[in-house]
Design a protein around this ligand. Structure first.
Ligand code: ASP
Length: 421
């Protein structure tokens, strides 16, 4: 059966409520990243205090954190250790939210963002919307070390990278290209143009008594089945089809943040990402923004973020957390206060907040740490973060709200756009 684009659009418009209920955290379930709790040590309560060296990261820091921890033990520079963890993911084509293999923008081009802060020298470096260079965390560090600037973006950052000897590489893997083709063919009407969640006139589906007029369960299954068929026709590997279908319906979140503290009480932090899938070319999220995706002042602590970049920029999340700790809050309190500022930006409207996915990773100079999240996660798939203090483990994030964030965008977005005009 051939499926026209209109068929997809029509069915999408009819499935809003079911989509919202079914989508929970599905978009981040790539094979390489799925259910880490099944194979990895999970312990702790989401906050604690350890003796340095200690390394705190998003859950996908698991693969690289042994190396980073060893570098801290060996007395290597704190930022070099943090970047080594991030680079592990940048080099891994199976992490489709960072570096090589990251999902591309709406034109099918991979654009990467990163920033870093070096506690001992109190310096920062950052790059945004960089094409064709894989290790953008190192590129941000190079901006810090070899220029009088803090941030370079786009073509200028790329040219600077080549001048510094970074190789030009094709970052769009075959798999990422196939998934982009799926999105382009079936769901690219659901792009990032038009009013966002923060627009006061934007109403999410289900608000205001909007009712489903068809059997939404059936339509939902039909739409997903069509996408599975498309994935097969485009030769997406079978074990990646679930991820591909979800990535088409909901631009996945990802990103890696790492904060570290060594035995000399030196600290650094870095964040690196391919950002939101299907974004408008040139879009920078929070990850390259010093003070949002990452902030470190080793007199106080270091913090970083993954999740809804736009929301995090609006509260300067990482900086707010460090300043909160400067004024006496614990890592958990500092993170919760910042999450509440995001909630306040939506006037605590749960209809919108349920679409906001946000996690902060927080390390204080005395080794106190916490991972906090807006939502606790889907049943059986709680939000985690990675801690390495000699024993490597995942700990559950402490959450402001119980339950899972719904994947954004809500699927009657086209209709909502019309309503907002
Ligand atoms: N914060 C990243 C961004 O907005 C995405 C993510 O962490 O999932 O680009």
């Amino acid at each position: 059966m051939s499926i026209s684009r209109r068929d997809f659009i029509t069915s999408a418009a009819m499935t809003s409520l079911a989509v919202g209920l079914r989508a929970q955290e599905s978009s981040s379930s790539a094979p390489a990243q799925s259910s880490p709790s099944q194979t990895r040590t999970v312990s702790g309560t989401g906050s604690g205090r350890s003796k340095p060296p200690i390394l705190i990261s998003s859950a996908n820091g698991w693969n690289g954190s042994d190396k980073g921890y060893q570098m801290l033990k060996d007395g290597k520079d704190t930022l070099d250790a943090a970047i080594a963890v991030g680079k592990t993911q940048e080099d891994d084509p199976n992490d489709m939210s960072v570096g090589l293999g990251g999902l591309p923008n709406e034109e099918g081009v991979v654009e990467l963002d990163s920033c870093c802060m070096h506690g001992p020298t109190r310096r920062a470096g950052s790059v945004g919307a960089v094409r064709n260079i894989k290790n953008v965390a190192l590129l941000g560090q190079a901006v810090m070390q070899h220029t009088g600037h803090v941030m370079l973006v786009g073509e200028g950052a790329e040219k600077f990278g080549y001048a510094m000897g970074f190789p030009k590489e094709n970052l769009l893997t075959e798999r990422a290209h196939q998934i982009w083709l799926m999105w382009k063919e079936s769901n690219s009407n659901e792009d990032w143009w038009g009013p966002g969640l923060d627009d006061p006139n934007y109403h999410v589906p289900g608000e205001g008594g909007e009712q489903a007029t068809v059997n939404t369960e059936e339509m939902w299954e039909l739409q997903r089945q069509r996408l599975y068929d498309l994935a097969e026709r485009l030769h997406v590997e079978p074990e990646w089809r679930e991820f591909a279908v979800n990535a088409v319906l909901y631009p996945p979140h990802g990103t890696i943040h790492v904060s570290v503290l060594n035995e000399k009480n030196e600290m650094s932090g870095m964040t690196t990402t391919s950002g939101l899938a299907w974004k408008i070319p040139g879009r920078c999220g929070d990850s390259p923004i010093i003070g949002a995706g990452n902030y470190c002042d080793q007199d106080v602590g270091s913090a970083g973020a993954t999740g809804s970049g736009e929301e995090n920029i609006r509260v300067a999340g990482a900086h707010t957390i460090v300043e909160n700790m400067r004024h006496g809050m614990s890592p958990q309190e500092a993170g919760f206060d910042t999450l509440k500022r995001i909630a306040r930006n939506f006037n605590n409207d749960m209809n919108k907040l349920r679409y906001v996915d946000m996690e902060f990773y927080i390390l204080r100079k005395d080794g106190a740490y916490a991972g906090v999240s807006m939502w606790s996660g889907a049943p059986g798939r709680p939000r985690h973060f990675c801690v390495h203090d000699g024993s490597k483990r995942l700990e559950p994030c402490i959450s402001l709200y119980q339950g899972a964030a719904l994947d954004y965008p809500p699927h009657s977005r086209m209709r909502s756009r019309a309503a907002a005009k």
